[in-house]
Design a protein around this ligand. Structure first.
Ligand SMILES: Nc1ncnc2c1ncn2[C@@H]1O[C@H](COP(=O)(O)OP(=O)(O)OP(=O)(O)O)[C@@H](O)[C@H]1O
Ligand SMILES: [Mg+2]
Length: 504
């Protein structure tokens, strides 16, 4: 343990301090306030001549009475993490977090040392107890906690700049990683939240490993990219469009993203938003380090590319001020427009205060208005598709704890021929007994894949039959037309011939 040893220094200054204290006690007792103030001021100055250390105090509460100082809170977290091995007395609190069950911090009146680039600094914690002035049946004491940083004055510049920046950043980062994350949903113009505890992760997400790594790298670059985004003059945000058939893992991927980045999720229900103003307010209320999600965007709005082709509504549709229609059964009218939504994605105020991911999901990417999903708005388009063999291997590992099996070859063959969603594959792999009967689960999957294959072949045959019939019908029609034309021509020829003979 590396403990702050003030004793040596105080030893040298001991006698000097004792006499100062004695004089101070006499002054306190017998001299008026302004004389005391004078002595206090100059005795402090006198002491600093001999005392080569600088002290900085970080109070728990500064200006606003009920608002904890951000610096104090970051230091608390930093010291809890970096010095928890040194301090003899720690405070612990339970945090509901997947990775860490307890948050530790230094107890009151503890002292620890920290090393930064070979420079030693000392942190101590303390509290002042003030008696409340107001009358109450339950008298309370006001505890004002603080951290005190002590360092040699020759390191002043480095500590005030680099070191404190490092402490605050580290503290904030640890806090983001260990905080209880939230899942927000909007009820009209109000966000309400619950604790977000989805267990999905990129390890358990079944998809092509190359694509998965690409997404992980993209997210990492984004979340560390504050400086980069500042430098290139772009708002620190990124748009993801996840598309693919139902049950291919779009929602699961959003949960995995949130867990990976330690971000909150704002699940925006667009049909419950009254108009653009309400949409803007909701966005402004979102915090940094969050993912804003609009699920099934093709269902929440009527902005599809196909509708543009409809002649009747062409003009109306090309107007970005056209309101978004909620699904018919919704019964409410949302006046959110395409331009409102585009502003939501890349308006000036969407860049306020920190990093945000915006994620849209859809089952029908072809229906979306190209303006909405162009790069810059939706930077990354990710297709989540039917289960391939690599994705299957992840599911087999998750559900049955196996990496390989004799039946894998047959499954690989079938997955190459049949389209089955990861959700359906997962359902077949779900153990029905405990401990799981691996072979039975794999055979159940093979059965389902073979049945799906037979069904697909039957459908294909049916379609071919249908096409053949249509072709025959067309050919029969053509023959009929040819016959009719030939008959008609013969009749005309007859008429012409009869006419030239003088008989009509
Ligand atoms: N790629 C995947 N990896 C792991 N599990 C998956 C994957 N895809 C689907 N699942 C499983 O299937 C279930 C449904 O998946 P999810 O809700 O993510 O699909 P979705 O693509 O969002 O569907 P929808 O388009 O209907 O919203 C999940 O509970 C998950 O367990
Ligand atoms: Mg979904």
């Amino acid at each position: 343990m590396n403990k702050f040893n003030m004793a040596d220094m105080l030893g040298h200054l001991g006698s000097l301090l004792a006499s100062v204290m004695f004089v101070w006690a006499i002054i306190q007792q017998y001299f008026p306030y302004n004389v005391r103030n004078f002595f206090e001021k100059y005795s402090q100055r006198f002491l600093t001549l001999f005392y080569p250390y600088i002290q900085i105090t970080f109070n728990e509460f500064t200006g606003e009475r009920f608002k904890r100082s951000e610096a104090y809170s970051a230091i608390e977290t930093y010291l809890g993490k970096t010095t928890s091995m040194q301090a003899k007395r720690l405070k612990a609190d339970v945090i509901k977090n997947n990775t860490q069950p307890l948050s530790l911090s230094m107890d009151d009146h503890e002292e620890v040392a920290d090393d930064f680039n070979g420079v030693k600094v000392y942190w101590s914690s303390g509290k002042n107890i003030l008696k409340t002035q107001s009358f109450s049946f339950y008298p309370t004491t006001d505890e004002k906690r603080y951290y005190k940083l002590t360092f040699h004055k020759r390191h002043r510049e480095m500590i005030l700049g680099e070191y404190l920046q490092h402490v605050l950043k580290e503290g904030r980062d640890i806090k983001v990683k260990t905080r209880m994350r939230k899942l927000y949903t909007n009820n009209g113009s109000q966000w309400s939240h619950v604790v977000f505890e989805h267990p999905a992760s990129f390890q358990t997400l079944a998809m092509d490993p190359v694509m998965k790594q690409e997404i992980i790298d993209d997210l990492t670059t984004f979340s560390n990219g504050e400086e980069f985004y500042n430098r290139i003059g772009r708002a620190w945000k990124r748009g993801y469009l996840l598309y693919g058939p139902p049950g291919t893992g779009k929602s699961t991927m959003i949960a995995a993203m949130a867990n990976f980045l330690c971000y909150d999720i704002y699940d925006l229900e667009l049909t419950a938003v009254k108009d653009n103003t309400e949409l803007r307010r909701l966005l402004i209320e979102t915090s940094s380090k969050s993912i804003i999600v609009i699920e099934d965007i093709d269902c929440s709005m009527d902005l599809t590319g196909q509708r543009k082709k409809e002649v009747k509504e062409e003009e109306e549709e090309s107007d970005p001020k056209k309101p978004i229609k909620p699904p018919e059964n919704e019964g409410k009218t949302s006046k959110v427009t395409l331009s409102g939504l585009l502003n939501f994605v890349d308006g000036l105020w969407s860049a306020c205060g920190g990093d945000r991911l915006i994620v849209f999901t859809t089952n029908h990417v072809e229906k979306l208005d190209p303006a909405l999903i162009r790069r810059g708005r939706m930077d990354k388009h990710i297709e989540l598709s039917y289960c391939g063999f690599e994705a299957f291997k992840v599911l087999a590992k998750n559900y049955l704890c196996i990496q390989t099996h004799d039946l894998f070859e047959r499954i690989s063959e079938l997955l190459g021929e049949v389209e089955m969603t990861p959700a359906d594959v997962a359902e077949n792999l779900m153990p029905k007994t405990s401990p799981p009967d691996t072979e039975r689960c794999l055979k159940s999957l093979i059965g389902a894949l073979e049945a799906a294959k037979a069904e697909a072949e039957r459908k294909k045959l049916e379609e071919e039959e249908e096409k053949k019939k249509e072709l025959l019908a067309v050919k029969a029609g053509e023959v009929k037309v040819v016959n009719m034309v030939e008959n008609g021509e013969a009749k005309v020829a007859n008429l012409v011939e009869n006419g030239s003979n003088g008989s009509v």
